[in-house]
Unconditional design. Structure first.
Length: 84
């Protein structure tokens, strides 16, 4: 869980340092995949009794916001990239 949680901002940062929008978008997709992976681990952790349901829900709500922001940024970059 720590690995995929830290991978989200790390991939955003790596993509930001790339030369073009296509590469940035690629790394944003990787960050989104890491967020989905974290989401899965949160559900598994709760089902195995390592995480209380209410704590899981709080984290999932925050993670969902991050995922929405990533999707929104990807869409915006794709629209802008296709218009140029």
């Amino acid at each position: 869980m720590r690995r995929c949680a830290s991978s989200i901002p790390a991939n955003i940062a790596e993509g930001s340092g790339r030369r073009n929008v296509g590469e940035l978008t690629h790394f944003l997709h990787i960050a989104l995949g890491s967020a989905s992976e974290l989401e899965t681990f949160l559900v598994i952790s709760e089902k195995l009794g390592y995480l209380e349901e209410e704590n899981k829900e709080v984290v999932l709500e925050l993670l969902n916001e991050v995922m929405k922001m990533l999707v929104g940024l990807i869409r915006k970059l794709n629209i802008n990239n296709n218009n140029h």
